[in-house]
Design a protein around this ligand. Sequence first.
Ligand code: CP
Ligand code: NVA
Length: 312
Amino acid sequence: PNPVELRHFIDLKDLSGETLRLILDVARRWKTARRGWPKGMPDMPALLSGHTLAMIFEKSSTRTRVSFEVAMQQLGGQSLVLTGDNMQLGRGETVGDTARVMGRYVDAIMIRAYAHDSVVELARDSGVPVINALTDRSHPCQLMADIMTFEEHRGPIRGRTLAWVGDGNNVATSLIEAAVRFGFSLRLGCPDGYKPDAEAVAWAIAQGGDVMVTDDPVEAVKGVAAVLTDTFVSMGDSRTGGRMKALAPYQVNAHLMANAAPDALFLHCLPAHRGEEVTADVIDGPASVVWDEAENRLHVQKAILAWCLGKF
Ligand code: CP
Ligand code: NVA
């Protein structure tokens, strides 16, 4: 296939708001249609029958791995789980060479990588659609599930205001891109040294997005419809070097949530660390929609896979 025609899913900013909205609409329809459908039965129709997805993991995963694997199964296709360590990649074979070989065997590749450039290189050389399943830069699949979850509970996200509090990490970068593509306002409360990616913020503002960064977590969450956070220590980060001390005042607890709208939701991509970025009363309390959020990874990824493979 012509590489320019390939449908990669690498960053939300690379895709139009219409495409992203279409993917969410399909995910919602499939989730509804599947209610009551027995586990272990492929969806009707088995859209990806005969298709194989290779999943490469350089880092750990629970949700992403299981949801993509089950997604392929429910769509009638197959998946292979590969770890960077057990591949020749771990012994120095280049990403480009790996990509050229993999593209001869499989129909699509999902990759969780340390370096974002590895995903870009894979997409350039594999000749098949590539899905970013988290890098040091971004986590676009997660944000699709987050938007789906918000809208299930609160209706259209366009025009609403959300807050991110804590480490301005890879998930925050995808949230910034989501704010532009889905048309919501975003306030990020992060300390110095842990501010969100400056390029992503500049891009959002240049696109006319309403994205504001502050040091003050209370200012960030004032009246917002949802508060999002994530671990203070992402994969590849170290707990030492002042990180925990700098981020401690950005914990999402009942006091902070009291500044958000009275019906504000709490979202977290998981895994969570109770007592660090969030208290147990918040994540296990009535504002939290984290289990729906985790479930929606499955539904949204089915739609992402089908879109990448040209099924709609
Ligand atoms: N949220 C998320 O991506 O979880 P995993 O690291 O378990 O895949
Ligand atoms: N920011 C976290 C997300 C894990 C799903 C990390 O990169 O480890």
